[in-house]
Design a protein around this ligand. Sequence first.
Ligand code: NDP
Length: 329
Amino acid sequence: SHEIRLVSRPNGMPTADNFAIATTKLEPLQDGQVLVRNLYMSVDPYMRGRMSDRKSYVPPFELGQPLNGGAVGEVIESRTQEFKQGDVVISSFGWREYFITVPQALHLVSRDIQPLSTYLGALGMTGMTAWVGLNLVEVKAGDVIFISGAAGAVGSIAGQLAKLRGCQVIGAAGSTEKVSFLQEECGFDSAFNYKTAPILEQLDQAVPDGIDVYFDNVGGETLEAALSALRIHGRIIACGGISGYNEESPQAGPSNLFNMITKRLTMKGLIVSDFLDLQDKFEQEVGSYFRTGKLKNKETVVVGIEQAVSAFIGLFSGKNIGKMVVKLD
Ligand code: NDP
């Protein structure tokens, strides 16, 4: 089996040298254990945080050890009551082809949803982040919501779910292709390329009367523009800040933070793993949108574990539309 290890901590943008691929031998299976072959693994921006030796809400990855991350796999052999051969499971043992674990570390999912990589996107951690985020600030019909990182995994689901709730949805993304994807496939009311003209200018043009909600995936300049565009009593979902993840020293905060006061804004931080008790509810609600064709799970798929590192690094230059997924062959 192959696995990917972190061999040095990135300084700024990660490079291929920070990682190594290793061959491992699987131990014989013991009673109470399950052997899983991964079918798809996830690469996610938050993993960048774990590559630095800094205290955060999840501990840093250890050097010389395989990385962890979301994965969908198939049970190859089980010496447990809970799982049988052929079961499909979600785990946090990505970045490797095979692994052995105990039932508590696995979450059973149905094969009826296809492709199974949907469990890393719309019906997985990123979809759940979108869903939890909208609930967190009670996004409702009539709200005008602006979403950054809109063509990515979280953003594209957040926008579609907001449309299903009856919102007016505006998205920012980094290419013309992504802008058309948002308007033509995700049903956004408007979308713009944040790289081609000042963000606030483009936002004002799309919604001259301002926004009620900002779903923040990127931080930085986009957050600053949103603070200016928000209306009185506006709400911000603080979900991510990818524009700063590779900065060697932290960026200065928004120069217009005082809008929080003058407009009586609310900003709520979100860590999706705090909401695991809502996972069944999420799977039911969003799963039914997916099954009935009301929600699209867009993904960018690369093939082979040896592509995982470049797929991960590619997140920081916008190589993906929808969820970036690695299919293991
Ligand atoms: P995405 O699928 O959105 O991939 C990352 C995207 O970010 C890229 O495609 C790129 O799109 C955009 N991007 C990269 N660099 C920049 C930059 N400097 N400025 C603006 N945009 C940039 O990833 P996810 O959907 O998985 O994650 C989105 C955000 O949500 C991340 O910040 C992540 O950390 C956060 N998150 C938070 C969770 C939580 O519990 N709080 C859980 C999951 C994710 P483009 O071409 O548009 O630039």
